[in-house]
Design a protein around this ligand. Sequence first.
Ligand code: GLU
Length: 466
Amino acid sequence: MRPIRTRIAPSPTGYLHLGTARTALYSWAYARHHGGRFVLRIEDTDVARSTQEATEQIVAAMHWLGLDYDEGPIHQMSRLERYREVAERLIAEGRAYRCWCTPEELDAMREAQRARGEKTHYDGRWRPAPGKVLPAPPAGVPPVVRFANPAHGSVAWNDLVKGPITIANEEFDDLVILRGDGVPTYNFAVVVDDWDMHISHVYRGDEHINNTPWQINLWRAIAGPDAELPQYGHCPVILGEDGLKLSKRRGAVSVTAYRDLGYLPEAMLNYLARLGWSHGDEELFTREQMVQWFDGSHLAKSPAQWDPAKLAWVNAQWLKRADDARLAGLVREQLAGRGIDAGDEATLARAAGLFKDRCSTVVELADWTAMLFVPVAPSAADLAAHVTPAVRPALRALRDRLAEVEWSREAIGAAFKAVLAAHQLKLPQLAPAVRVRVCGRAQTPSIDAVLALFARDVVLQRLAAV
Ligand code: GLU
């Protein structure tokens, strides 16, 4: 069997889009499943829009998701010589040719085609043919190089996701492969790279289906008719909740945005994987399970819909399973971002352990934990409902006792019991009043455990306000 080599080839014109992250994940898992190699290639030939910052963001997002690559990042702009060399060879072999059309000429060509009701296309005026006399190259126009795409026949491949696809060559004109400045276009650079990098499987978004015939024709021209091409798998787009293509205008679409919103990488990986792939009815799985299961089968043919509620559920499940000390580190970062110093390690980890069951994101966990460090503002409604005249004397007595006891969950619990007995109250009467005063909300986990997280002074001071 041919060695498995996959790649992800993002363009560094922005963040790592969720759709690209998902195909990166499939490519990575496929390579890992087969003990193959996974390559990161940066397609930076759109010089005006590519930035170093975007490359760094993409690398950081891949790192965060745990998609480790074996080779790269390989920048296409560092391979210009190689593309030129291949283009020259294609020209010498009559498979590509120089075209001196100016942009004005191309506009006029398309205009005339439109006027005749034709689909616009390059009319092949510089394409050499036996007996054809080409015009003299004009001076001062840097020529582009065009690929002499086969004029007839069709291109067929068995798509790993969509099944057999056939597209007629008539649909395709002679693609520019090298621009006037010597920079290759996407379809050409992709083929030279996939060939040089021995890529065996390409997973990418289905917006590239119409590029694939050009790429297959280019492959055959470059590598010979018998070359072993990569197998292509085109994954359907991810739709937003509104059924339209996921877009920045309607919510976060970058991997890093979800990191900042408090999602865990294992949850993101789990959710992205399920969005277009299944293994039985497994909803929660680890990175290792994914690698074990992902053999390229069971990829969905139809578009998946982004479901924030399900993502939140998946994240909540992974939060519950996450190590408390690790969550404490993430909460500390969140709180630092709000200018809050999160105190000692052990207490923060205990707080994370206590609150995590109630949270869907690290941001929510930080919201809960913040009450330990910054003043809370109970609502008037909560105060009126819970801090009633009937419980005020008990609250004062509790405060007095808490001032004396050893500061532990057990001792705090015992103080509650003593006060409840002395004031003939039940815990559901006293606890909400304490919660509202100390925590700023009427519901929390077990009140003795929660109070033990606070510094004693903070509790006494918040209870003193009764
Ligand atoms: N740079 C292309 C993209 O980001 C890569 C497509 C491919 O994988 O061939 O869509």
